[in-house]
Ligand binder design. Structure first.
Ligand code: G3D
Ligand code: MG
Length: 353
């Protein structure tokens, strides 16, 4: 239980930070750390928030603590690197890159950052080696090619710089030809048993069904393909909609169910207050496995007369997570399509960033 509470504090902190209430966020991170002194994620988030507040020394301490708890915590190493740079400690920041590369030798971003930092202190030859490593990992890395070009320019190697630019142009041309973007996203429906999760999915995809049942984790996946047109390109979005099967109680779902989810739809039943009260438990279960993913809240069965809670109560929860909420009915179809389209838009926004 202690652990669950620590997760809840961390999540509160994250959402305070997302709404720019940084001091309050830090208080929540500290509460999480007090409950679980080995909570690396909480130290990492605290470091991020301290950085925003310009408290660089404290941020470094917090990131360092996170990396001491979990030596392979790349995100925290990156945070520490950013903080060190704010203090112009290039050499130490390069040390962080080296650690990340030791943990994950194919980390393109780390190679590029290391090269960039080396360029910054005029160690161009070493920088070039880093950019080449990044390009070897990802031959289409425009970022690496651009920075390599800059380093070559600084060394007066103009012919090679020209070649870099040509490669960039070719990659860009190829990108333009591929007009359709194909994106696949996983979304999970969560909520108490019998709130209407399966009915909502059925209502939304009833004629284009493709079910796959995963016996080991008790989940069913329904695929829905959407084509969305933009002025510049088309997007082919495949939604992998995950549903819990044979659900017995709240929160008892295999962690694989949430793994890799890009968004979650949280469902409750408007005729049963406890399904609203259990929402926090579901969110905790999701965030225990995923990063901070977009959420949408659905109050289902709204065509029924016996309401157990009103709009204010679901609105409060949703606004805590900067999320949208909708009143749906799988029976009449009200807002069902709207709910999935809203999620798709959130997912596409995420991809563009
Ligand atoms: P779950 O997947 O969350 O467990 P289900 O929920 O989709 O299996 O739905 C549970 C019951 O609620 C089902 O009834 C289903 O028909 C009903 N239901 C789902 N959505 C609505 C709705 O919007 N309005 C009404 N009135 N009922 C709904 P049964 O009787 O089949 O068990
Ligand atoms: Mg179901």
């Amino acid at each position: 239980m202690k652990d669950e509470n620590a997760i809840a504090f961390l999540n509160r902190g994250r959402f305070k930070a997302a709404s720019k209430k940084y001091e309050e966020a830090i208080k929540y991170y500290d509460k999480a750390i007090k409950l679980n002194p080995e909570y690396a994620e909480a130290y990492n988030e605290k470091g991020n928030t301290l950085l925003i507040l310009g408290k660089v020394d404290e941020a470094i301490t917090s990131f360092t603590k996170a990396t001491e708890i979990n030596e392979k915590y790349i995100t925290a190493w990156k945070g520490k690197e950013a903080a060190l740079l704010m203090q112009n400690k290039q050499e130490e920041a390069i040390g962080c890159c080296d650690t990340i590369i030791r943990i994950d030798p194919r980390n393109e971003e780390a190679w590029i950052t290391k090269g960039f930092l080396l360029s910054d202190i005029h160690r161009f030859d070493e920088a070039l080696k880093c950019f080449d490593r990044a390009i070897k990992i990802n031959p289409n890395s425009i970022d690496a090619l651009r920075k390599k070009g800059d380093a070559l320019l600084a060394l007066g190697r103009f012919d090679e710089e020209k070649k870099c630019n040509q490669s960039i142009e070719e990659i860009k041309k190829e990108d333009k030809m591929k007009k359709t973007k194909r994106i696949m996203k996983k979304i999970c429906l969560v909520g108490d048993p019998a709130v209407g999760k399966t009915s909502l999915i059925r209502r939304y995809v009833y004629d284009t069904f493709e079910d796959k049942y995963l016996y080991t984790i008790g989940a069913k996946i329904t695929k829905k393909i959407m084509n969305i047109k933009y002025p510049t390109h088309d997007v082919n979005l495949t939604l992998m909609i995950w549903d819990i099967e044979g659900q017995k109680g709240t929160g008892k779902v295999h962690s694989t169910y949430y793994k890799g989810a890009d968004a979650a739809i949280i469902v409750c039943d408007i005729t049963m207050k406890e399904t609203l009260e259990n929402i926090q438990n579901w969110i905790n279960a999701v965030f225990k496995v995923t990063a901070e993913i977009p959420l949408i809240f659905l109050a289902n069965k709204t065509e029924l007369p016996n309401k157990a809670f009103d709009e204010k109560e679901i609105k409060n929860i949703a606004s805590e997570f900067n999320a949208r909420y909708l009143f749906t009915s799988a029976k009449t179809g009200k807002n069902v399509e709207n709910a999935f389209i809203t999620v798709s838009k959130l997912l596409l926004e995420q991809t563009r960033n």
